[in-house]
Design a protein around this ligand. Structure first.
Ligand SMILES: Cc1ncc(C[n+]2csc(CCOP(=O)(O)OP(=O)(O)O)c2C)c(N)n1
Ligand SMILES: [Mg+2]
Length: 560
């Protein structure tokens, strides 16, 4: 026995350290300061932001970029409720983050203490694990428990609240459980049912027209290499969505983008990896009945949901794809990978791809005034290097960019995910630049989306985190306006969706960043280059045509 004691906040910091956490995103409050003090001892950076939503989105973003859990620490009551959206976004995006919230002292439980709220009840439906730390000696143990839960099946967020008296109290060091790095949780990667792997290898060996859609989990599970090897070895055309974008670079013979609908309609085998049949996939309804449909996912609840499948595999996408390649190497005599039919299928898809590109190109290169949003998307796509992480945060403008902007490397595409949360942009920039200071970050914002979390542009200035920011400014919440005008007519279509003509470039300059205004399409690229060279956080305010709408918006695909 020793008579040394340790406080709850310091125990929390030790558990974060054991997990390899090197930064927490936070907005301060009296309920949580002991965690900061612990972080100082453990060498964990404390990055302070201006809104708890930003802290939570940054933790989500940090997890996506690094593959390690992201951590946000917020105070009790409004600090925690402000962070709810960030946790919810991570929940739908399957991003492993931990939110730690303060709480009133347990000794004053339900007495009406400052900022007291039932946080755990609020967080339970949007986390994989939500709990109260009941005793100081359990503070570190429960942090490690929360991390373990983040990685059960498809990853996701956990929440812990720590009452103030529990956090501040000291316990004998010997009585506290302190997790040892690498000893309290293990890999959850699983290869699924071996019989199903064999069956998938069979299907591939006889398929003439296969295709594969690589979704977000391919990145989350760091299955890039396995997915690329799968596509090349088994000669399968690849489509990508969500964070799966960039798994293959544009120009790769297996990379397809604009011919997805055609491919799905004409394929004999469709393999869906790590993305659910949700609204982005028309709930699977648009997949034809003729093709065999295979679904691979980390979460058993996703496989077969909304659309019947011919084969389902639950487990780690990388492990499953690698096992399938292995199993297929034993197959002989099928019509498979090297067949004439397969070659013709590639040619067919490539022709579709080129045709779709040719049709759109004139609008992409439009010299119109005001600037056509497709031209802006085109300029951004041309501007991206292999190194640029692209972040999209907005409505219609980002829908436009989804068809045009293509990340050149894996893990270089960030969007909110299926919660569709506006306001993730600045927090994701913070996370990406903080985690990867040497990499370029390019972000496209709608003017509406930017406004939700834009004050944290100052945080980027304060932490010297330069990035190239572009605002597609239409002085409107245009994606919503379209539906209003279509339903209620022009006269009634302008209700609740109009923003002022704000000079976001001046806003950037006011906060110590770089800013420029652009009205001429030819000025977009030079302005972005100057932003890149400024070495500062930047906002290029590009005035875009408010009356041009993306096809996805016009078809209202998000509601179908
Ligand atoms: C937090 C949040 N609030 C509201 C919405 C609904 N919404 C979706 S698109 C959109 C308009 C966004 O406007 P802007 O960012 O300026 O992009 P634009 O459509 O004008 O290009 C809104 C309000 C949302 N997705 N998220
Ligand atoms: Mg707008």
């Amino acid at each position: 026995m020793t008579d040394a004691t340790i406080s709850g906040g310091h125990l929390v910091a030790k558990a974060l350290k054991a997990e390899g956490v090197d930064v927490i995103f936070t907005l301060c409050g009296g309920h949580i300061i002991d965690i900061y003090d612990g972080c100082v001892d453990e060498g964990i950076a404390v990055v302070d932001v201006r809104h708890e939503q930003v802290a939570a989105h940054a933790a989500d973003g940090y997890a996506r970029i690094t593959g390690k859990p992201g951590v946000a620490v917020v105070t009790a009551g409004p600090g925690t409720t402000d962070a709810v959206t960030g946790v919810a976004n991570a929940f739908r995006a399957e991003s492993p983050m931990l939110l730690i919230g303060g709480q009133g002292a347990l000794s004053q439980h339900k007495m009406g203490s400052l900022q007291d709220l039932p946080h755990v009840d609020m967080m339970t439906p949007i986390t994989k694990f939500a709990a109260t730390v009941p005793h100081t000696s359990r503070a570190a143990d429960m942090v490690s428990m929360a991390f373990r839960e983040c990685y059960n099946g498809a990853p996701g967020p956990s929440f812990l609240e720590i009452p103030r008296d529990i956090l501040d109290a000291r316990v004998p060091v010997d009585s506290a459980v302190v997790p040892v790095a690498g000893r309290y949780r293990t890999s959850t990667r699983s290869v699924g049912d071996p019989a199903s792997v064999e069956r998938l290898a069979d299907l591939l060996s006889t398929s003439e027209k296969p295709c594969v859609l690589l979704g977000t989990q391919v990145w989350t599970a760091r299955a890039t290499d396995a997915a690329v090897d799968f596509a090349r070895t088994l000669n399968v055309p690849v489509f990508m969505n969500g964070a799966g974008r960039g798994t293959l670079p544009p120009g790769d013979p297996h990379h397809f983008h604009l011919s997805r609908r055609y491919a799905f309609n004409n394929a004999d085998l469709i393999i869906i990896v790590g993305t659910p049949f949700d609204f982005r996939m028309g709930y699977g309804r648009r997949l034809p009945q003729g093709a065999k449909v295979v679904q691979i996912d980390l979460d058993y609840r996703t496989v077969g949901k909304n659309r019947d499948i011919d084969l389902g595999l639950v487990g780690d996408p990388g492990a499953i794809l690698a096992a399938t390649v292995q199993a297929a190497s034993g197959r002989t005599g099928g019509t498979g990978a090297a067949s004439v039919a397969r070659k013709a299928w590639f040619e067919e898809l490539r022709a579709q791809e080129e045709e779709a590109y040719r049709k759109r190109l004139p609008r992409q290169l439009s010299d119109a005034h005001p600037i056509h949003p497709l031209r802006l998307a085109h300029e951004i796509n041309e501007f991206l290097t292999e190194d640029s992480i692209y972040i999209g945060d907005g409505g219609d403008i980002v829908t436009f960019s989804g068809g045009v902007v293509q990340p050149k490397s894996p893990g270089h595409w960030m969007d909110p995910g299926p919660l569709g949360t506006l306001g993730v942009g600045i927090p994701f920039v913070l996370a990406a630049k903080y985690a990867r200071p040497d990499q370029e970050v390019v972000a496209l914002f709608g003017d509406g989306a930017f406004s939700l979390t834009g004050w944290d542009f100052e945080t980027l200035v304060r932490y010297k985190l330069p990035f190239v920011g572009v605002i597609g400014n239409n002085s409107s919440m245009n994606q919503i306006r379209y539906g209003q005008e279509a339903k209620y007519g022009k006269e009634r279509g302008r209700i609740g969706n109009t923003l002022g003509d704000v000079r976001y470039d001046e806003f950037a300059r006011m906060l110590g960043g770089y800013g420029e205004e652009v009205r001429d399409p030819a000025d977009i690229a030079p302005a972005m280059r100057r932003a890149r060279e400024s070495g500062l956080p930047s906002l290029i305010n590009v005035w875009v045509d408010p009356d041009a709408y993306a096809p996805g918006t016009m078809n209202q695909t998000m509601y179908k």
